[in-house]
Design a protein around this ligand. Structure first.
Ligand code: ZN
Length: 404
């Protein structure tokens, strides 16, 4: 939900509130005096704002024994159950939902099958998913702070508009407003790779990182970019189209209308097409219809299958090396269903990265393979709401559209 315009005083108060909430979130048990010292805010401001947070049940206070024998200091900590959020990942055939608490711990998971691809099916499916999640988690609707929706495509996160969906063939759907008027809960919508990137930033392995990349492998290839602690979205919101950088202008046709995009050579459909061609040339022991079968063949010693993964891994590594040379990230997190290809893909990828990254940048980027399940996507969508809770209103303006 777009925040209402705030006056300067309100804006300052909301900004201070975010600073204090974040200090409590990062430090666990902390006294008011310590918050004032860490944040540089006056004791009176800290006292007024923490009183508000305690009243809203977002923060709990408790007395701690003091070894000096003096009055025990009152410590504050985040109340994980001070509110709950729902994250929904929209896929071609399913809606995958997670109910989480304020620390992004998943309390319930549910999946709803999409019978059809009409807008009404998706809206009704999301409503049903939320009802099921609340029931499974024993949470009342009024305890829900919001719903985050992550989906593939071009999304304007600020307006909550799905500008283009390759899966559903929709354009210019005001998804946030449609859902908000139906559910009567704040709704946030963003590109799914960005929601996952946000969850790595707020709650995941990249918590302490200011500059990192998230690359997703699977049906397609996506990328989230974090620069100086913020998602980088580009001038028009479309940054991060790693899957559509052209690596072979004469290569296979891509869904985007181009030819030889990286995705056509290393994403699942591209790997299966290469397997089909290898089988026709007699280079594969047996035909395969699913990626899991191609992995099994590689594991059983099939040279043709190993070659397909090795070529894809080398190409991926070369392009990641190019990204490292441009962004100098502290971490590159690789996740998604494509991690099931395992070392048949990642060993040649690492070799190519080592070969092509410039001297001087080589030791900066830690490469992490993170085999997320589908619930990680839903948790990512939940982080979209949690991020709003912890974010300063000054940062709210940074939210814009995105492509995926
Ligand atoms: Zn393309």
């Amino acid at each position: 939900m777009s925040p209402a315009p705030l006056g300067n005083r309100d804006l300052m108060r909301a900004h201070n509130r975010s600073i204090i909430l974040n200090a409590i979130k990062s430090h666990g048990n902390i006294s008011r005096a310590e918050i004032a010292r860490l944040t540089g805010l006056s004791p009176a401001t800290v006292s007024a704002i923490t009183a508000e947070l305690i009243k809203e049940n977002l923060v709990l206070e408790h007395a701690e024994g003091d070894s000096s024998g003096g009055r025990p200091p009152i410590l504050l900590r985040l109340n994980p159950h001070g509110g709950f959020v729902v994250g929904v990942k929209v896929t071609e055939h399913h809606l995958i939902g997670a109910l989480t608490d304020l620390t992004a711990s998943v309390m319930a998971k549910q999946v709803v099958t999409l019978p059809d691809h009409t807008l009404e099916d998706v809206l009704a499916g999301i409503a049903e998913l939320i009802t099921r999640l609340l029931h499974a988690g024993g949470v009342r609707k009024k305890q829900l702070l919001g719903v985050g929706i992550g989906l593939a495509g071009v999304v304007d996160g600020r307006q909550g508009v799905l500008k283009h969906s390759p899966i559903f063939g929709w354009s210019e759907v005001p998804l946030r407003d449609l859902l908000q008027s139906r559910l009567r809960i704040p709704v946030y919508v963003d590109n799914d790779v960005n929601t996952l990137t946000l969850s790595e930033k707020w709650f995941g392995t990249a918590r302490t990182m200011e500059d990192f990349l998230v690359i997703t492998l699977g049906r397609g290839v996506g990328m989230g970019i974090v620069v100086q602690g913020q998602i980088y979205r580009g001038h028009g919101g479309g940054a991060g189209e790693f899957g559509h950088i052209v690596v072979d202008p004469q290569g296979p046709a891509c869904a985007c209308g181009g030819r030889g995009c990286l995705e056509t050579l290393i994403a699942d459909p591209g790997l299966l097409r290469q397997a089909q061609e290898a089988w026709q040339r007699g280079e594969l022991r047996q035909p395969v219809g699913r990626i899991e079968e191609l992995v099994a063949l590689a594991e059983a010693g099939d040279e043709g299958a190993r070659r397909i993964f090795a070529r894809a891994g080398e190409l991926l590594g070369l392009q990641i090396a190019n990204l490292i040379n441009i962004f100098d990230p502290g971490m590159v997190i690789i996740g998604g269903e494509g991690t099931r290809n395992g070392e048949w893909l990642f060993a040649p990828m690492r070799q190519a990265i080592a070969r092509h990254v410039m001297p001087g940048l080589r030791n900066d980027a830690e490469i992490r393979i993170d085999p997320w399940g589908d619930d990680a996507w839903a948790r990512g969508a939940a982080s979209l709401v949690l991020g709003e809770l912890f974010k300063s209103p000054i940062q709210h303006e940074a939210i814009a559209g995105s492509i995926g």
